[in-house]
Design a protein around this ligand. Structure first.
Ligand code: ACO
Ligand code: LMR
Length: 274
């Protein structure tokens, strides 16, 4: 009989061999005819299934709300400096993307992991936060450089409002809010941030939609799909910052001397700072 030559690549999300490309088996013409949006395309290519409208709408809201946060944040700053050094679009974009990580924008997966583990094990917010402190790990999804208990992040409020109105259950989000109530009692900057809001709400989306088995949810959380939402969203803003700098014909950036404390004595910095 025929012997199948071994393949070098396995792919399960898309197929371009027919008359038209398919995303998770859905032909491009249906995607256009049915008026699918970016949320539907993300559902097909990342989760390999069509999700209900409230889920795809939620994904789209995440992308819109995280698209940009001004020129001063880590990612935009890197992109601006790179564009001003005369580099091309892709270099400027990836220079900004490379700042996304545990402190900036890339805490969504860890927030989902830790909130899920703590909630599923029935830990009180006190037990959860204090156990993290003992391990010397900052709670992912908590804390912000400029947002405070009395100056909440509007993005978090908008995501919570949408989920409370449209999701069948928001148990993980409510747990994250209880964690925030506890951390805010310790310090005013320890708010639930946008990474924590998306991480906890995506757990609710996965668990409440009835579209995923428990095993699939564990796999999504373990592999870490959710930082992808911030990477995708912020690319929109970083591309915008690149165009902005080019349009403005901005010269090479050099950081001002006055803004650097030149010293051999690392400790002195902190004494002066206090
Ligand atoms: N959990 C526990 N304690 C915290 C946390 C946290 N998540 N964040 C800050 N603290 C504590 C710090 O330990 C510090 O106390 P210490 O001086 O006794 O150690 C105090 O709060 C002040 O911390 P700073 O370092 O001044 O806070 P900073 O403003 O530099 O940090 C940051 C902001 C990086 C966001 C921080 O809160 C953090 O690491 N959070 C977890 C990661 C995260 O969620 N990042 C996403 C942010 S949102 C976004 O980027 C889109
Ligand atoms: C962002 O979305 O970039 C911010 O939350 C981070 C910041 O420092 O404002």
């Amino acid at each position: 009989g025929k012997v199948r030559a071994p393949t070098h690549i396995i792919s399960t999300i898309s197929d371009d061999r027919g008359e038209e490309p398919c995303y998770a088996g859905v032909p491009m013409s249906s995607i256009v005819e049915q008026g699918f949006g970016v949320g539907d395309v993300i559902s097909l290519l990342w989760f390999k299934r069509s999700l209900p409208r409230y889920c795809t709408k939620f994904i789209e809201i995440c992308v819109m709300l995280c698209a940009d946060h001004g020129p001063c944040v880590s990612g935009a700053h890197n992109t601006i400096v790179t564009a001003r050094a005369g580099k091309d679009l892709v270099s400027s974009l990836v220079s900004g993307l490379l700042t996304i990580g545990p402190r900036f924008g890339g805490a969504i997966d860890d927030a989902a992991r830790y909130f899920k583990d703590a909630y599923d094990r029935g830990l009180t917010p006190y037990e959860f936060v204090e156990s993290m402190k003992k391990k010397g790990i900052r709670v992912p999804g908590i804390g912000h450089r400029i947002k405070r208990g009395d100056n909440r992040d509007k993005r978090v409020e908008l995501l919570q409002l949408f989920a409370r109105t449209n999701f069948p259950s928001v148990k993980y989000m409510e747990y994250a809010v209880q964690v925030e109530t506890y951390t805010l009692s310790k310090a005013n900057n320890l708010v639930l941030n946008v990474d924590g809001a998306i991480g906890s709400l995506f757990l609710d989306l996965l668990a409440g939609s009835g579209m995923f088995t428990k095993q699939e949810i564990d796999e999504i959380v373990e592999i870490g799909y959710l930082n992808g939402l911030f990477v995708l969203a912020r690319s929109i803003g970083l591309i915008g910052h690149t165009f902005d700098q080019k349009r403005l014909k901005q010269p090479l950036y050099r950081h001002p001397w006055e803004d650097v404390l030149y010293t051999k004595w690392g400790m002195v910095v902190w004494f002066l700072d206090d």
